[in-house]
Design a protein around this ligand. Structure first.
Ligand code: 5RP
Length: 252
């Protein structure tokens, strides 16, 4: 929410960050420094708890450069972040081509395939990743994996049309995701509803199925009722991970 966003943003440099937050900030700052150039005019802003540090760093580039820019959010959270930082919000209708999109991830493998959608924003995130000349991922060390599904074990986030969710769940189970589940809200009062009015299923697959994420992506995407799959294959140009010791690992 906007209060949480704004307090993360305003206080990050003033307060002592724990090791995970420090790692997120280090990754975000390095990615902005390397990939958000003065001549970039349209910038995509992803979702999650690492992205506030991306916006914080971009704001530090100063009003002279930022007042010429447009910022396209991947959802409600990032829209609020952009507004709170005094930056200009745009949408992908106006800017279907984006200079650079920076976003978080739930897990990244050595080929830069990602699992995304821990915040159920994977549809808009994928549109902005695809629209960008450069799609850059920022995360802490816990997300740096070798094979998808080893670190992020909750399953692949899948956005589905509400009408079709039971059928998609049945088909995912038949495909091998025995524990596929509809994602419920915190109070368990009802399903999580995405910014697009859809539901989200989390589908864990055995690791043998995750060896070829592109193939699995196509199979899931072909299920009727699936809107988007949180497997991002062959999209990411570079992934930045903040480490516990203060260093950064960059995968390209
Ligand atoms: C939301 C996402 C997030 O980018 C992902 O969950 C990572 O979040 P965080 O930076 O909090 O670890 O995909 O749908």
């Amino acid at each position: 929410n906007s209060d949480a966003n704004s307090s993360a943003q305003k206080s990050s440099q003033a307060r002592q960050l724990d090791p995970v937050e420090s790692a997120k900030r280090a990754a975000a700052y390095a990615a902005v420094d390397n990939h958000v150039k003065p001549n970039h005019v349209v910038i995509g802003i992803g979702s999650g708890s690492t992205v506030p540090y991306v916006v914080e760093r971009i704001a530090q580039q100063g009003a002279a450069v930022n007042e010429k820019r447009w910022f396209v959010p991947t959802g409600f959270q990032s829209k609020e972040l952009i507004i709170d930082a005094g930056l200009r919000v745009a949408d992908v209708d106006s800017f279907p081509s984006i200079d650079v999109t920076i976003d978080g991830a739930d897990e990244v493998d050595n080929a830069l395939n990602c699992i995304k959608g821990g915040g159920a924003c994977q549809l808009r995130e994928k549109v902005l990743a695809e629209a960008a000349n450069d799609f850059i991922v920022v995360a802490d060390y816990r997300k740096n994996g070798t094979q998808l599904g080893t670190k992020w074990t909750q399953g692949i986030p899948i956005e589905v049309a509400p009408f079709a969710f039971a059928k998609v769940l049945q088909n995912l189970k038949r495909m091998g995701s025995a524990d596929a589940k509809l994602r419920m809200g915190k109070a368990k009062a009802g399903p999580v509803v995405t910014d697009n009015g859809n539901f989200c299923i989390d589908a864990p697959f055995p690791l043998s199925y995750m060896k070829d994420p592109s193939e699995l992506l196509v199979k899931i995407k072909l299920l009727t009722g699936v809107v988007e799959v949180g497997l991002f294959c062959n999209m990411c140009k570079a992934a930045y991970f903040g480490n516990q010791d203060g260093t950064i690992t960059i995968k390209t």
